[in-house]
Design a protein around this ligand. Sequence first.
Ligand code: SAM
Length: 208
Amino acid sequence: MMREEMLKMLRGNIGDRVVEAMGRVPRELFVPESIRYMAYEDHPLPIGEGQTISAPHMVAIMCDVLDLQEGMKVLDVGTGSGYHAAVMADLVGPKGHVYSIERVPELVVYARRNLREVGIENVTVVEGDGSGGLPDHAPYDRINVAATAPKVPEPLKDQLGVGGKLVIPVGSCYQELVLVIRTEEGFELEHHGGVVFVPLIGDHGFKV
Ligand code: SAM
């Protein structure tokens, strides 16, 4: 499958801005060279260290439900290859910024290299346990979590600004994509169907 075929699959199901952003980010440069020919197939691919880059439709759905707008400040938990962060960086534009946190040091190096090679300048990759968020840059307009948690981590809710949105897979055997919206009064939840993700490992995730 090529980039244009992926975009064709997404059109009509996903908002135009997200489809256009995914059309601009070269996904093949975020997967290992030996499997580049599979980069646009609609399933997760291995990126080393037992981790995966999420399937294109999942990146698209998560960006769509987050409703990312120009100038927003975003926290991305689980950088992996850096691809999802790159798509979000495109959506928030040069006035916006994505802080992306990854617990596996080798993947931090990998993602930084990928983002540099693609020329994306508005993503900062940080090494650490993102299950507790990244308080230094809070509050965030949007938070994206690309690994499943036993429940929505409280620190992530706390680091969301009023009007902010957080998307996260929740559960172990059965996982569901949950959207948390922070309002003046508190938090509203929306459920966006069953998903399959690797575990969020950390203080506010699954313990090793
Ligand atoms: N978004 C990534 C991409 O575009 O390639 C794919 C993410 S992969 C499905 C999930 C990532 O979450 C893995 O790289 C894993 O190491 C990372 N992860 C798991 N627990 C974490 C934690 N507590 N903090 C930060 N990253 C974590």
